[in-house]
Design a protein around this ligand. Structure first.
Ligand code: 5GP
Length: 237
């Protein structure tokens, strides 16, 4: 497969066209950003760790019946994916209170929720990804009702699969964000699943092993990602 021009550069990944109109190459860079790009740093090895981490998780999700855009690893920092028509929406599930939920509702971090909470956000950095609901999605035509239902169903299936996968590795899946798109009429999971876009805590100590280490200046960011990857059995070589 031939790599062509850059289509888009996000905060942590660059997306390239290929000679196949239905395939893209994702390049996971070492750039790490928080607070809608206000804080940016380069962290050695992060691109490669996240590339291999996401490939591993996407494969586990495929095995569990969640269709994804992932096709395969191309190099340490690059993967080949199907080219999706993305919805401008983020789907979040929370199992334990943390992050923006605590700020919004004035609740303390670390409360086990009686049932998972599902939330939609609009993908828009300038507006700081505002929370939206299904009425906003319908009224502005960001996705049709069938797609909304499918995104919810798949996001919950991801929760069932990954809470178990992480629990077996002694980890709590606190919350995570997913993005979906359409490919030849089908809704597929796109983007990535890495510790950049989820919260993972050690089940015993509740030590943070995700991007909150970067957001909160706790240090040891990539080391924490590598520890999670090691516990899951991700091949980082
Ligand atoms: P919160 O709403 O608490 O900030 O985020 C909830 C979960 O979704 C966290 O795991 C967080 O990492 C993830 N998340 C939400 N928005 C974004 C985003 O724009 N980029 C990334 N990488 N993760 C996000």
């Amino acid at each position: 497969m031939e790599k062509r021009e850059e289509l888009y550069a996000g905060k942590a990944k660059s997306v390239y066209l290929t000679d196949d109109p239905d395939r893209l190459i994702l390049h996971y860079r070492n750039d790490t950003s928080a607070f809608d790009g206000e804080k940016i740093e380069q962290l050695d090895r992060k691109g490669a760790v996240n590339n291999k981490f996401s490939a591993f998780i996407m494969q586990k999700l495929e095995d569990a019946g969640v269709p994804t855009h992932h096709e395969g690893l191309l190099s340490d920092e690059e993967s080949v994916v199907k080219k999706l028509d993305m919805f401008p929406i983020e789907c979040v599930i929370r199992n334990i209170t943390a992050g923006s939920l605590c700020k919004r509702l004035g609740v303390e971090e670390g409360m086990d929720l009686q049932t998972p909470i599902f939330e939609f956000f609009l993908k828009n950095d300038e507006l700081h990804d505002p929370m939206i609901n299904e009425y906003h999605i319908r009224a502005f035509g960001w996705a049709d009702d069938e797609a909304v239902e499918k995104m919810k169903e798949l996001t919950f299936r991801v929760n069932d699969t990954l809470t178990r996968l992480f629990a077996d590795a002694g980890l709590l899946l606190v919350d995570y964000k997913l993005e979906f798109g359409r490919y030849q009429g089908e809704i597929l999971l796109g983007d990535e699943f890495t510790p950049d876009g989820c919260r993972l805590w050690d089940a015993e100590t509740r030590k943070k092993l995700d991007k909150d280490r970067f957001r909160q200046g706790l240090g040891g960011v990539v080391e924490a990602y590598e520890e999670v990857a090691r516990r899951l059995g991700v091949d980082l070589s």
